[in-house]
Design a protein around this ligand. Structure first.
Ligand SMILES: [Zn+2]
Length: 431
C-alpha cells in the first residue's frame, strides 16, 4: 500500500509557438499513497484556472486546466483508489487530467502556489474508499491501552511532497527520520508498559495540524517529533533538542530552525493555509506547565544523544514550532544531526547511527517516565549536572562555583546568548 509512483513526463519545447509565454505547461505528475488517501500532484509552469467534473459510470474525475499544454499520456496508478490517470491535450488551449476511480469516493482539488524549489501545483486528494475506520485505533482501544501503558506519539517530520532538508549527496530528511521513528516505535512496542504510535508510517505528507490532532487522538503522554537539521554553512554540525517557546525564539539559530520546520505545510501542501496552525500561533496558558516539563525531557534526550551517538551538543533551544503548539503534554522536537554537513550526512545514512539515535531517545524517554530499564543506566555516563539559575547569579559566578570555564558551560548550552546573559529559572547543563 505504501509506495510511491513517480511519473515524470518529458517537457516538450514549443519555442516557435506564439502563446508559449502565457501558457502553462504540465511538466510532471506524481502520486503519493497514505493509509487514508491518494494524493495526485500535477506540476505546472505557471498558475492556472481549472474546472472539475465528476462522472459516475464509469467513476471518473475530469479536471480541465485552461490555457495549458501537455503531452498525452496514460499512467497506470494501480492503487486502492485509482485505476488510471490520463493526461491529454483537449485543444490548443486546454489540457485535461482524467482520473479513473476504483469506485466512487470523496475527493478535494486545490492549487498550491510556487514555493521555494516547488513549482505551481494542482493537487487532487482522493480518499481511499472504506478504509478510514479499518485503520484508525478506536477511542475504546486507546482507553484500554492507557490502563496498562504510557503512550508515546512519535512524529517523523516531513514526508511525501515535502522532503525536508536534503544532504550534499541527496539524502532526504524525510527518509532518515522515518527510519529512526520506526526503530524507536519498535523498541517501545516490545514493552508492556509503553505503547508507541507513529503519526506517519510511510512516505506521504501530513499537515502539521493533523500531527497535533493525532497526538490528541492517541491520548499521548509524550510527543516526540524527529528531524535532521540543515545550515547553509557546510561545517555546522551537532545535535540539539527544541521545546516550544511562549515568547518567540530564544536565539537566532532556534528561530531559523523553527522557520524551516514550519514551512512544511507550504511545501507539502494543504488546501487552506489560513486554517493552518502556522497562521495563528497562540499558546494556551495551560501549556506553560507542559513546556517546563518538556525542558526536562529535552535535556535528558540531548544528554542521551551525546552519550549514545557521540554527536556534539548544540544545547536546548526554544522557539515557536507549529508542530508543538496546542500539545499540553511534554513535547520535544529533536534535531538529530546536520544532514547538510557531509560527515553527518554519511552518519545519518547508516543503520548503526539511526539505531543509536533511536536507542538514545528511547532510553531518555524511559528515564523521564521513571520506568526502570537496563538501557536507562547507559544515559549520561559523562555525569552532567543541571543548574537552575537563581537571582543574582551570572554565568561567571556559576562557572566559578562548578570550577568550569564559562566557555565550557556555553558549549553545552546553545541558549546562552553572546552577551553571556542568563536568566532566573534558566536550566543549564553543567559539564
Ligand atoms: Zn525537519
Amino acid at each position: 500500500m505504501r509506495f510511491m509512483i513517480t511519473m515524470i513526463m518529458s517537457l516538450i519545447a514549443f519555442s516557435s509557438f506564439s502563446l508559449a509565454a502565457q501558457q502553462s505547461e504540465i511538466t510532471s505528475v506524481r502520486c503519493w499513497t497514505s493509509p487514508t488517501n491518494i494524493r495526485v500532484v500535477v506540476d505546472l509552469t505557471t498558475e492556472v484556472s481549472y474546472e472539475v467534473k465528476e462522472s459516475l459510470s464509469p467513476s471518473e474525475i475530469l479536471i480541465t486546466i485552461k490555457n495549458t499544454r501537455s503531452t498525452n499520456q496514460d499512467l497506470l496508478a494501480n492503487n486502492a483508489a485509482i485505476k488510471q490517470i490520463s493526461v491529454f491535450q483537449k485543444d490548443t488551449n486546454m489540457s485535461c487530467v482524467k482520473i479513473g476511480l476504483v469506485k466512487k469516493t470523496t475527493f478535494n482539488v486545490f492549487l498550491l502556489k510556487k514555493y521555494l524549489s516547488k513549482p505551481d501545483r494542482l493537487v487532487i486528494d482522493i480518499n481511499i474508499p472504506d478504509v478510514k475506520k479499518a485503520l484508525s485505533v478506536s477511542q475504546k482501544e486507546i482507553e484500554l491501552i492507557k490502563k496498562r501503558s504510557k503512550i508515546v506519539v512519535i512524529d517523523a517530520g516531513h514526508g511525501g511532497e515535502d522532503p525536508g532538508a536534503i544532504g550534499p549527496t541527496g539524502l532526504q530528511e524525510k527518509d532518515v527520520v522515518l527510519n529512526i521513528a520506526r526503530n524507536l516505535a519498535n523498541y517501545f512496542n516490545q514493552r508492556h508498559d509503553v505503547k508507541a504510535f507513529l503519526t506517519r508510517d510511510g512516505d506521504y505528507f501530513i499537515p502539521l495540524g493533523e500531527r497535533i490532532k493525532l497526538c490528541k487522538h492517541y491520548d499521548g503522554d509524550i510527543f516526540i517529533s524527529i528531524h535532521a537539521n540543515a545550515s547553509p554553512k557546510e561545517h555546522v554540525r551537532g545535535s540539539s533538542v527544541y521545546v516550544l517557546s511562549t515568547e518567540g525564539a530564544d536565539n537566532k539559530a532556534a528561530q531559523l530552525v523553527a522557520q524551516r520546520e514550519n514551512m512544511a505545510d507550504l511545501i507539502g501542501g494543504i488546501a487552506k493555509i489560513e486554517n493552518n496552525v502556522v497562521a495563528s500561533i497562540l499558546v494556551d496558558l495551560s501549556q506553560t506547565q507542559a513546556i517546563n516539563e518538556s525542558l526536562g525531557l529535552a535535556k535528558g534526550t540531548l544528554d542521551s544523544m551525546v552519550s549514545f551517538c557521540h554527536t556534539y551538543s548544540l544545547g536546548i533551544g526554544r522557539a515557536g514550532f507549529a508542530v508543538l503548539k496546542s500539545i499540553d503534554v511534554p513535547s520535544i522536537l529533536v534535531e538529530t544531526a546536520f544532514i547538510s554537513n557531509s560527515e553527518e550526512e554519511k552518519l545519518l545514512a547508516t543503520d548503526e547511527f539511526q539505531e543509536s539515535m533511536s536507542k538514545a531517545i528511547y532510553a531518555a524517554t524511559l528515564k523521564y517516565l521513571e520506568i526502570p530499564s537496563s538501557i536507562v543506566s547507559l544515559v549520561s555516563p559523562k555525569g552532567y549536572k543541571y543548574h537552575v539559575v537563581k537571582k543574582g547569579e551570572t554565568l561567571w559566578s556559576i562557572s566559578a562555583f562548578y570550577d568550569k570555564s564559562p566557555d565550557e558551560i556555553k558549549g553545552l548550552n546553545a541558549d546562552i546568548p553572546p552577551s553571556d546573559a542568563v536568566f532566573v529559572g534558566q536550566e543549564l547543563i553543567i559539564p
